[in-house]
Design a protein around this ligand. Structure first.
Ligand code: 13P
Ligand code: SF4
Length: 304
């Protein structure tokens, strides 16, 4: 089948099944193109919570589909590629987190959404890169346990007066971007602004003109009068940046900024998922209910 025919069939099946297609900003260009809604982790979880559709086709990675299942238990959540995981999410386990909690009794756990439902279930509140500073600063406590991203944790700690207990997790894709590479690019393009994701190493974030979530980058680059940007996040972001800003130039800071998991989902996979109504991601109630508490507390905090 030709790509155009596959897209048409996907749209037909989406209507027939009363399904909505959500895609993360890192998805392949052609997947973003046919999605009903594209967004960052926060935006997509808000959409998953409020959609009227009976079926959510989640084009992203496993923890995102789990969050959709947690927030919308009455809906069928399809993850076209069940093998699309997140290595950072896999770096923290329930047992490990319980050990850390035991070392710091009474200290609240702030868990980045890039984590399993089971880890969320033993957390106090979730955060995304878009609201992490607000979430942490909304807590009355003097100390926080922050899991699993040590880089995002350090980024937030710089904007908070709380004491942080970190988990030593990181995103292998963002960690591949090195500060010397960025410094060289900045020298080559002195007029360019460097914008990066807080999942990058702190030595990279220190060089940034702006660090924010993926959707935050669209806003920043659209509003900025600058004409050239060096982008420090996964390559999928370039599709919409270039589409929305045809008069501006976007330079990917490194060709290594490709997340293999985010690139797995193809149009064929989406068609297959809608045809067979599988694979389904469903979080069991005993995990879903406590995990929802942590997600709900986060969602209650308004976005800027
Ligand atoms: P955001 O889109 O929320 O910034 O998340 C980045 C990410 O790594 C998702 O896996
Ligand atoms: Fe996980 Fe990083 Fe890929 Fe996001 S970009 S899914 S954090 S490995």
């Amino acid at each position: 089948m030709q790509a155009e025919d596959i897209k048409q069939e996907i749209r037909r099946l989406l209507a027939e099944r009363n399904a909505v297609l959500l895609a993360h900003n890192y998805m392949r260009d052609e997947v973003q193109e046919i999605a009903d809604i594209t967004g960052d982790s926060l935006g997509l979880s808000q959409e998953a919570a409020k959609t009227n559709a009976e079926v959510i086709v989640f084009c992203g990675v496993h923890f995102m589909a789990e969050s959709a299942s947690i927030l919308s238990p009455g809906k069928t959540v399809l993850l076209p590629r069940l093998d699309a995981g997140c290595p950072m999410a896999d770096m923290v386990t329930v047992e490990g987190l319980l050990e850390l909690k035991a070392k710091h009794p009474g200290v609240p756990v702030v868990t980045y959404v890039n984590s399993s439902a089971a880890v969320k279930a033993v957390s106090d509140i979730c955060c995304t890169s878009a609201n992490a500073v607000k979430v942490v600063n909304s807590l009355p406590d003097r100390e926080v346990i922050f899991v699993p991203d040590r880089n995002l944790g350090q980024f937030v700690a710089k904007q908070s007066d709380k004491t942080f207990h970190y988990w030593d997790g990181y995103c292998p894709t963002h960690e591949r971007l090195k500060a010397d590479v960025v410094a060289r690019l900045k020298e080559q393009h002195p007029d360019a602004l460097f914008v990066c994701h807080p999942e990058c190493n702190p030595s990279v974030v220190a060089l940034a003109d702006h660090a924010c979530s993926t959707s935050g980058m669209y806003d920043f680059c659209r509003r900025s009068p600058a004409k050239r940007f060096i982008i420090g996040t996964e390559a999928g972001i370039l599709y919409r940046l270039r589409q929305e800003n045809p008069d501006k130039e976007f330079i990917l800071a490194s060709p290594a900024l490709v997340c293999p998991n985010m690139k797995l989902t193809s149009l064929e996979d989406i068609l297959e998922a809608l045809t067979t109504m599988a694979p389904v991601v469903k979080v069991p109630e005993e995990i879903r209910v406590p995990a929802k508490r942590a997600l709900d507390r986060m969602i209650a905090i308004p976005r800027d």
